[in-house]
Design a protein. Sequence first.
Length: 138
Amino acid sequence: MLNRHVSVVLVGVSALAQGQETFKARLSPVAMDATMKANVAGTGSVSAVLAGAKLSIAGSFDGLRSPATVAHLHQGVATGVRGPAILDLTVSNATNGTIAGSFDLTTEQVENLRKGRLYVQIHSEKAPDGNLWGWLLR
């Protein structure tokens, strides 16, 4: 009888773990031209966990040439194609720091996340149109 209870508990734990999906992004400089090279630099990484429709994002960055000002979650029409900002993230106002946010996504946003269409972008004082970006992928 004890073995049956253990099996039920293990199945329940397994179902909870399967309910979460993990996505990661490597933050690197946005596409730029020669005039932007003096102002755009840095690296970072972000992890995102989707549990149902709740998306939680956490990460860090360093090496910016000027302090970060804002960060957003953007939605493109395809992986690698820029799109509009859809949600605001919290970001350290520094050249090195953290980035975070937690959101309830719509059904369409969840689908776009799973298709690789969502990305994180950090802007900085000297690069107000974008400094670092990274696509959230499984």
